[in-house]
Design a protein around this ligand. Sequence first.
Ligand SMILES: [Fe+2]
Length: 302
Amino acid sequence: MQPRTNQSILADSPFSLTSDAAYSQWREDKLRYKKPAVSDVLVQIHDPYQLSDEEKVAIISHCENFNMAIYQLRNSAIQDKSLVHALGKQLAMEALDANIRSDEDSVSSLEVREQAGNKYIPYTNKALSWHTDGYYNALDKQIFGIIMHCVRPAAEGGVNSLLNPENVYMTLRDENPAYIEALMHPEVMTIPDNIEAGKVIREAQTGPVFMIKAPVGEEAGRLHMRFSARKRNIIWRDTEDTRAAVEMLNELMADENNVLKIGLRAGQGIVCNNVLHNRSGFTDSENQKRLMYRARYYDAVA
Ligand SMILES: [Fe+2]
């Protein structure tokens, strides 16, 4: 199946550059939900296998408003990986993306490990620069939702920063609509082939930064972002507006006033619609080694 293009979904969308009225309305609604504090998006969960209606509604509405929720299990001793699958199912997140380093159940155990072949930074203790997950995926296999559960934090560091792409879109569009046009261009960002031992293990992927997720049922098409701040291995379209837009994007992410920072503790986790995020470097100790379970879905939180 061909992915629907931005153009075919854009009619009457607030994300169309020709629909100023729809954009103004959306913008006004969204301004109430600029940058959340952790307390704005925090949900206490009694039993991850059986969310109460209140818990579920809270997670869904935080994701509706901010594209992210942070949960805290009342009992942080519950640590079985099945809790991630269970949480996802209850939030209509079921289509899991399997990737090169994920475990057999398609959920990844992010920890420092020895890696043969290409070294993937998530499995080291190094900092991870700003990105959305799966930016290198095919356009019809984009990641719309993520659950990341903290089994054990590192002895030090490993802090995540989160930024809602809707805020970024708004700031860029208000500054100059041409930036949005540049970032919605179908050839604005190319990720080259991923080659391991001389073999292409993932083909080059070209696409927009801002995409509109095809509407589901009554829901309007959501804004989706495909992005990596890596300097190497990203080929940007060679235009002045693209350069200026990417530069402003980098400035927005670098400004701590815009981002939510969270050092997840054991039993805490993030549920989000694949917002922009990064991770600071960390240090494990003998008995405190960072372990996160991460699930990536083709579904947004609903
Ligand atoms: Fe990520």
